[in-house]
Design a protein around this ligand. Structure first.
Ligand SMILES: CC(=O)N[C@H]1[C@@H](OP(=O)(O)OP(=O)(O)OC[C@H]2O[C@@H](n3ccc(=O)[nH]c3=O)[C@H](O)[C@@H]2O)O[C@H](CO)[C@@H](O)[C@@H]1O
Ligand SMILES: C=C(OP(=O)(O)O)C(=O)O
Length: 430
C-alpha cells in the first residue's frame, strides 16, 4: 500500500494548477444517463472516484471515450471525456460498486427519470457520519416514485407515464439530494419547485450543464430551484468548474508552511468564506487573472474561529485542513462542525505531530503550538488525509502518511504539484 513521505519545514514557492472539481465532475458524469446523445465534459480531474464512476456508468450502458480515444490516458492533468448512453442496459447499481463511493448512489435519479425504474444499493463513502438517504427518497417520492428498501437496495419505480412535477421543500440542506431531485425533475411532466435547495457552486454547475442539454432549470445557486420538465435531453459540451476544495487546501498549505504560491485556473468567488478565514489567520491573498496568489512571508499564524455551514458558509470539506493550520497559531481557536457528526478523525492524527486539540461535542478547541514535529500518521478519510499532508509540510522533520488511497480519491497529482513548489514530498510504494 502506498504511503506519502514528507520532509517538512520548507516554504512553498511557485504555481499550482487547480484541477476540475471532483464534486462537480461526479454529478455531471451521472447526468450523461439522462440522454442518448453524447455529453462531453472538459476539465475532468484524473482521480480514483472519477475512474470508479466511469466503471459504474459503464455498467449502465455508458460508453466512455477519453480525449476522443477509447483508451484511458494515464498522463496529463484534467481531461476531456465523452460520455454516451444510447440505451440504458442495466438499471441496477450493485453494492460492490456503490458501497465504495457515496456519489454513485446519485445514479438513482437519472435512471428513474429515463427508464421509470432503478435498483440502487445503499451507498458508502467517507466514514464521516451516518449519512442517511431519507431526503433523496422523500424528494423522489414527491415526484411520484414508489420506493421500497429491500436487502440493502433502494427499489424505485416511476408512475405509468413517468415522474410528475411537484413542490417539495427539503427539511435539511443536502447537496446530493438536490443534485438527484434536480436531475430527475428535468424529465418529469410539469414543473418542479425545490425549496431549501443546496446552493453550492457544484449545484449551479450541474444546472448549467443540464440547461446546455436542453433542460429548463432556473434558480440554481439560490434556495429555490425551478425545473420545467422536458420530454428529452440532448448532448452538450460543458467545462467542469475549478475545485474550490483543492484551491482552499493549497491556500492553507501556504498559510501554514509559508511562501508565495499562485493558484491557477481557479476563482476566489468559489470560496469567499474560507479565504476570509485564511486572511484573518495572517496570510495575504490576492485575486490575480485566472486565479489567486497566497503569500505568507514570516509573521505568526493568528487564531481564528470557524463554524462549518452549507454554502456560502465555511465548507466542511476544508474543516480538517483549517484545523491543521490552527494547530500552529499563536493562541486558542475553536472549530465547530455542523454538517457531519463524525468528522474529527484527523484530531488524533494531528496530535501525533504535536497538536493540542480537545473535543467537546461538535466543537474542537485548538491550542496553538509554536511548531509541529513530523511523525508517522494514518489517513482516515479524504480531507482528513490531506490535512495531515499540509501539516507535514509545515512540521519539522519527516512525516509519513499511510493509507493514501483516500487522497487519490480527490487530489490530482498532489505530490507533483507540491514538489514543483519546492516541497519535499514523495510517494513510497511497498
Ligand atoms: C461527492 C460530493 O459532492 N460530496 C459532498 C457532498 O456530500 P453529500 O451530498 O453526501 O452531503 P449532504 O449535503 O447530502 O449532507 C449534508 C447533511 O445532510 C445529511 N443528509 C443527507 C442526505 C439525506 O438523505 N439525509 C441526511 O440526513 C447528511 O448526513 C449530512 O449530515 O456535500 C457535502 C456537504 O457539503 C460534502 O462534504 C461532500 O464532499
Ligand atoms: C466527503 C467527501 O466525499 P464523499 O461525499 O464522496 O464521501 C469529500 O469530497 O470530502
Amino acid at each position: 500500500m502506498d504511503r506519502i513521505r514528507i520532509v517538512g519545514g520548507k516554504e512553498l514557492r511557485g504555481v499550482i494548477p487547480i484541477s476540475g472539481a471532483k464534486n462537480a465532475a461526479l454529478p455531471l458524469m451521472i447526468a450523461s444517463l439522462l440522454t442518448s446523445d453524447t455529453l462531453t465534459l472538459e476539465n475532468v480531474p484524473h482521480l480514483a472516484d472519477v475512474e470508479l464512476l466511469m466503471r459504474i456508468l459503464g455498467n449502465h450502458g455508458v460508453d466512455v471515450a477519453v480525449n476522443g480515444r477509447r483508451e484511458r490516458q494515464e498522463d496529463g492533468y484534467s481531461r476531456t471525456i465523452h460520455f454516451t448512453c444510447r440505451t440504458i442496459v442495466d438499471t441496477t447499481a450493485p453494492y460492490e460498486l456503490v458501497s465504495k463511493m457515496r456519489a454513485s448512489f446519485w445514479v438513482l435519479g437519472p435512471l428513474l427519470a429515463r427508464e421509470g425504474r432503478a435498483r440502487v444499493s445503499l451507498p458508502g463513502g467517507c466514514a464521516i457520519g451516518t449519512r442517511p438517504v431519507d431526503l433523496f427518497l422523500e424528494g423522489l417520492a414527491a415526484l411520484g416514485a414508489s420506493i421500497e428498501i429491500d436487502a440493502g437496495y433502494v427499489n424505485a419505480t416511476a408512475p405509468a407515464g413517468g415522474l410528475v412535477g411537484t413542490r417539495y421543500v427539503f427539511p435539511k440542506v443536502s447537496v446530493g439530494a438536490t443534485h438527484v431531485m434536480m436531475m430527475a425533475a428535468t424529465l418529469a411532466r410539469g414543473t418542479t419547485v425545490i425549496g431549501n435547495a443546496a446552493r453550492e457552486p457544484e449545484v449551479v454547475d450541474l444546472a448549467n450543464c443540464l440547461n446546455a442539454m436542453g433542460a429548463k432549470v432556473t434558480g440554481a445557486g439560490t434556495s429555490t430551484i425551478t425545473i420545467e420538465g422536458v420530454t428529452a435531453l440532448s448532448g452538450a459540451r460543458h467545462r467542469v468548474l475549478p475545485d474550490r476544495i483543492e484551491t482552499g487546501t493549497y491556500a492553507m498549505a501556504v498559510a501554514m508552511a509559508g511562501g508565495d504560491v499562485t493558484l491557477q485556473n481557479t476563482d476566489a468567488k468559489l470560496l469567499d468564506t474560507a479565504l476570509e478565514a485564511i486572511r484573518r489567520s495572517g496570510a495575504e491573498i490576492f485575486e490575480v487573472e485566472n486565479g489567486l496568489r497566497v503569500v505568507r512571508n514570516g509573521g505568526g499564524i493568528k487564531p481564528v474561529d470557524v463554524v462549518t455551514d452549507p454554502f456560502p458558509g465555511f465548507p466542511t470539506d476544508l474543516q480538517a485542513q483549517f484545523m491543521g493550520l490552527m494547530t500552529m497559531s499563536s493562541g486558542v481557536s475553536h472549530i465547530t462542525e455542523t454538517i457531519f457528526e463524525n468528522r474529527f478523525m484527523h484530531v488524533q492524527e494531528l496530535a501525533r505531530l504535536g497538536a493540542k486539540i480537545s473535543l467537546s461535542g461538535q466543537t474542537a478547541k485548538i491550542e496553538g503550538v509554536g511548531r509541529l514535529r513530523g511523525a508517522p500518521v494514518m489517513a482516515t478519510d479524504l480531507r482528513a488525509s490531506v490535512s495531515l499532508v499540509i501539516a507535514g509540510l509545515a512540521a519539522e522533520g519527516e512525516t509519513v502518511v499511510s493509507r493514501v488511497y483516500h487522497l487519490d480519491r480527490g487530489f490530482e497529482r498532489l505530490e507533483e504539484k507540491l514538489t514543483r513548489c519546492g516541497a519535499i514530498v514523495e510517494r513510497v510504494s511497498e
